[in-house]
Ligand binder design. Structure first.
Ligand SMILES: NC(=O)c1ccc[n+]([C@@H]2O[C@H](COP(=O)([O-])OP(=O)(O)OC[C@H]3O[C@@H](n4cnc5c(N)ncnc54)[C@H](O)[C@@H]3O)[C@@H](O)[C@H]2O)c1
Length: 354
């Protein structure tokens, strides 16, 4: 009997074509195959390292996953979870359902990758954390910017301590959201209670990424408003000033109507500065006394590239290898960060991240 051919195309390695039974590969169940779930589906398929099952409660979505990607399908995630062949689950439903589903996934003994934001509040969080501790399974949050090579390289340099600790940082990002999500008025984005708005949906990426590099935030002062995007009442623009627990002062700005799709992060230390530019897939450093940046550039990955790296990282993690994905605790911290932003907006005062 001939065995299926499986392409192993890990980042940085030429594709290897091996022959071994599909049953030896992990099975990843993707719950929620809307915009991001479909992207995950094709990127997990592209790794050649797993079998993928698509799960969605909308029949038309499942039919599309089968037709476009040849995916196996399942309409009921609780039934799919009972399948012993399922080793891991990716949760790509809207944010309010993440914690309840993830808790069941871990209790069922499956590895778990949860889309951002982990949640909109701390309801059920203690039970999820307890389930994670009780299981010996991987639980990560899919903050995909961790997969950018320029970010990883800048963080690795800052971690050496060559310039000393980060004492100030500026994090500037934005894009024209309607270009990337023309249906933004009709999806969860239009409603805070479903995870919508620039704070919960967009700048959460930069909060988590910056905390990954500089450490946790202690307090925030937030301003935000609906400046341009029509047809929604949620904020499309955010400005936040924060203090890290170690005293570093960090400022963030993001809007969702600007022409350039860009993100620039600058980290300033006593001995020098580090800059990351998503748009150039590059990072630079400038020691105190120098006047020019020293840049390191990477090949642009395209929109799917970081998702393929993330898929490989998750598969590595479930094999017990080290990974650079966001942990559950970092996901909880990002939820507390966004909650503090709303508290600051409500009170028009600095809010503590607790
Ligand atoms: N990392 C990123 O760059 C990125 C980008 C977009 C969205 N997201 C996040 O991913 C999540 C989903 O966003 P989206 O844009 O894909 O939303 P979406 O509305 O396009 O898709 C969500 C899908 O989940 C399905 N679903 C909902 N409840 C379900 C259930 N109980 N069982 C099975 N399927 C169910 C819906 O039918 C829908 O197809 C959100 O948390 C969002 O913030 C992340």
């Amino acid at each position: 009997m001939s065995l299926p051919s499986v392409a192993l195309a890990k980042e940085g390695h030429p594709a290897l074509h091996l022959h071994f039974p599909m049953s030896t590969l992990p099975t990843v169940l993707i719950i929620g195959c809307g915009s991001i779930g479909e992207r995950h589906l094709r990127n997990f398929q592209a790794t050649g390292r797993c079998r993928v099952i698509a799960c969605d409660n909308r029949p038309a979505i499942l039919a599309a996953m089968a037709e476009k990607h040849g995916a196996e399908t399942q309409s009921d995630w609780t039934a799919a979870l009972a399948d012993p062949a399922v080793t891991a689950v990716l949760i790509a439903t809207p944010a309010p359902s993440h914690v309840a589903i993830a808790t069941k996934v871990l209790q069922a003994g499956k590895h778990c990758l949860i889309e951002k934001p982990l949640s909109l509040n701390l309801d059920g969080m203690a039970a999820l954390q307890a389930a994670a501790v009780a299981s010996d399974k991987v639980c990560r949050i899919a903050y995909v910017q961790h997969s950018r090579p320029e970010v990883r390289a800048a963080k690795a340099f800052l971690d050496t301590g060559t310039f000393g600790p980060v004492r100030a940082a500026t994090i500037i990002s934005g894009q024209n959201f309607p270009t990337f999500r023309p249906a933004y008025r009709e999806i969860y984005y239009n409603n805070h209670a479903q995870g919508g708005g620039a704070i919960q949906d967009a700048i959460t990426h930069m909060f988590n990424l910056t905390e990954w590099i500089t450490g946790p935030t202690a307090s925030v002062l937030c301003d935000a408003g609906q400046q341009v995007l029509d047809g929604v009442e949620v904020e499309d623009t955010v400005a936040v000033t924060t203090r890290n627990r170690d005293g570093a002062i960090i400022t963030y700005t993001l809007n969702q109507f600007q022409a350039p799709n860009e993100a620039t992060m600058q980290f300033h230390c006593p001995g020098g500065s580090v800059k990351v530019e998503f748009q150039g897939t590059r990072w630079g450093r400038m020691a105190l006394g120098e006047t020019e940046w020293t840049w390191e550039s990477f090949t642009p990955l395209g929109r799917d590239g970081p998702f393929t790296i993330q898929a490989n990282d998750f598969l590595d993690a479930i094999e017990g290898k080290p990974d650079l994905m966001a942990t559950l605790e970092e996901g909880v911290q990002a939820v507390k960060f966004t909650m503090a932003c709303f508290e600051s907006l409500r009170t028009n005062a600095r809010a503590t991240v607790t």
